[in-house]
Design a protein around this ligand. Structure first.
Ligand code: MN
Length: 426
C-alpha cells in the first residue's frame, strides 16, 4: 500500500491532533542525552524512529554505504527521488499495525523508538546555499504600498519573474535557537546622519522553504517541468528581518545585514511525497509568464499557516496571523526554473524560501511590518493591553504549518525563536 493511504494505521498510537501520523513520516536530525551522536530520525506521533539503528540492523539499506548515522540529511537526499520514496515505503511498512517485524520485537523497539521529548533536534541539512524569494503578491503589494505608492505597489518586473535574492547559508539555524537582536547601520527618518545602533524594528517573516535534492552542472538549467522531482521536502522558515537596517541598506542591491543575522527553520522535513494529497491549483497568472516559466496542472499546496507571539507580559501566546500557502503567486517549480535559467548550478541541501506569505485579510499578514502597518497600528495581544509594532527582547515567535485532509492531518510541527538583547557597543 502506498504510504499516503488514509486507511494506514501504526501500532504506535497517534493522536488525531498530531502533525505526525503514519502518512507523514518527516525526516530530521536528532540526538539524545544518552546517545549524543547526531543521526537521522523520522517523526511518528510522539516518537522518533531512529533510522541509524534500523540501518545498522539491516532493516533499511538505502545505499551500500550507511547514510543515516550522519549529522545531516544531505547524503540520504543525494540518493535521489526513487530512493526517498522506496525508503519512506519501507519505514511505513515497519510502522504499520499489521506488520510484525518492529511491532513484536520489544528489544528492537526499545533501541529504535525514542520519546520525542527526549530527542534534541538539530539542523536537518547542511545548508549549501540559501535563496529567498518574494512570491506572495499580497505581501509584495503591502510592502510596495507602505514604502512606495499604493497605486503602483508592484514593481514592473514582479508579475513577470519570481523576484529573489541570494541569502546567507551560514546563519540558518534550527528551531529553538535564540536570536540575538542585531546591531547595524541605519538612518531613521528623524536622523540627519546614519547611526550605528541596536535594531529597533526587529521582525519575523512567515515563510516555507523547499530543500533541493539534486546537484546540477554549472551552465545547465532545470526546466519547470522537471523541477518538482528535484525537491526533497519542505520546512517552515522564519526569515528574521531588521526593518530599520533594511530600509537604509537595501537600495540598490537588496537586503544584506538586515537578513544575514539569522534564519530559523523547523527541524522536521516534510517530504514532497507526503504533501502530494494536498496539491491544489495556484492563482491564475496574468499576464502569462514567458515560456520557460509556463506550467499546466496544479502546483500549489494547501498548507495552513499560523504565527503565535509569546511575550513576558502575557500568560498565553497570541495567534497574530492565520494564512495559507496556497495563494502564493509563483510556484516552487517556477522559482527553481527561474533560479537556474541563467546556468546557476544547484547543490543538494540548497534551501529555497518562499518569501513572506501574506493573505488578503489584515489578520493574515505574515510579518509585523504588515500586521502593524509599519508601527501605525500596533497589534494588541491576548491580555488585551500589551501591544507590539515590532519584536522586543524576550519575545518568542512560533510559526506552525499543517495540511488538514479529510482523513488525517500532515503537519510541519513548529519553528520558534526567542529574541535576546543586542550586544551593545561591541
Ligand atoms: Mn523573506
Amino acid at each position: 500500500m502506498h504510504p499516503n493511504t488514509p486507511a494506514l494505521k501504526s501500532f504506535i498510537p497517534v493522536d488525531p491532533s498530531s502533525d505526525f501520523p503514519i502518512q507523514n513520516l518527516p525526516f530530521g536530525i536528532f540526538s539524545t542525552r544518552q546517545s549524543p551522536e547526531l543521526r537521522v530520525g523520522v517523526a511518528i506521533g510522539e516518537w522518533v524512529l531512529d533510522l541509524a539503528q534500523l540501518e545498522k540492523m539491516g532493516l533499511l539499506t538505502p545505499c551500500s554505504q550507511p547514510v543515516f548515522n550522519k549529522p545531516a540529511l544531505n547524503d540520504f537526499i543525494a540518493l535521489g527521488q526513487s530512493v526517498w520514496r522506496s525508503t519512506r515505503a519501507q519505514i511505513s511498512l515497519l510502522l504499520r499495525d499489521d506488520h510484525a517485524r518492529l511491532r513484536d520485537d520489544a528489544e528492537l523497539r526499545a533501541s529504535a523508538l525514542i520519546p520525542m521529548h527526549e530527542a534534541i533536534m538539530h539542523l536537518p541539512i547542511m545548508v549549501s546555499g540559501y535563496t529567498d524569494f518574494y512570491s506572495s503578491k499580497e505581501h509584495a503589494t503591502n510592502v510596495g504600498s507602505m514604502f512606495r505608492d499604493p497605486a503602483n505597489a508592484l514593481l514592473p518586473n514582479w508579475l513577470h519573474l519570481p523576484v529573489g535574492y541570494n541569502g546567507r547559508a551560514s546563519s540558518v539555524v534550527v528551531s529553538g535557537t535564540e536570536i540575538r537582536r542585531p546591531m547595524g547601520q541605519m538612518k531613521p527618518p528623524s536622523a540627519e546622519q546614519p547611526l550605528f545602533a541596536a535594531c529597533a524594528k526587529l521582525d519575523f517573516e512567515l515563510e516555507t522553504a523547499f530543500i533541493v535534492g539534486a546537484n546540477t552542472a554549472l551552465g545547465e538549467s532545470v526546466s519547470v517541468n522537471d523541477a518538482e522531482e528535484m525537491m526533497f521536502g519542505m520546512v517552515l522558515l522564519n526569515d528574521w528581518s531588521a526593518r530599520d537596517i533594511q530600509q537604509w541598506e537595501y537600495v540598490p542591491l537588496g537586503p544584506f545585514n538586515a537578513k544575514t543575522f539569522a534564519t530559523s527553520i523547523s527541524p522536521w522535513v516534510v517530504t514532497m511525497e507526503a504533501l502530494e494529497p494536498f496539491r491544489v491549483p495556484g492563482p491564475k497568472q496574468e499576464p502569462e509568464p514567458l515560456p520557460y516559466l509556463r506550467q499546466s496542472g496544479d502546483h500549489s499546496f494547501d498548507i495552513q499557516l499560523a504565527v503565535e507571539l509569546q511575550t513576558a507580559e502575557c500568560e498565553q501566546p497570541t495567534t497574530i496571523c492565520n494564512t495559507n500557502y496556497r495563494a502564493m503567486y509563483w510556484s516552487m517549480a517556477q522559482q527553481l526554473a527561474h533560479h537556474t535559467i541563467s546556468g546557476c548550478n544547484l547543490r543538494v541541501g540548497d534551501l529555497m524560501a518562499s518569501g513572506t506569505i501574506s493573505g488578503t485579510q489584515p489578520d493574515s499578514f505574515g510579518s509585523l511590518l504588515e500586521l502593524s502597518w509599519n508601527g501605525q497600528r500596533p497589534v494588541t495581544l491576548s491580555d488585551g493591553q500589551t501591544k507590539r509594532s515590532f519584536l522586543e527582547d524576550g519575545d518568542v515567535v512560533i510559526l506552525r504549518g499543517t495540511c488538514i485532509g479529510a482523513h488525517y492531518r500532515c503537519g510541519f510541527g513548529a519553528v520558534s525563536g526567542r529574541i535576546i538583547p543586542a550586544l551593545i557597543g561591541s
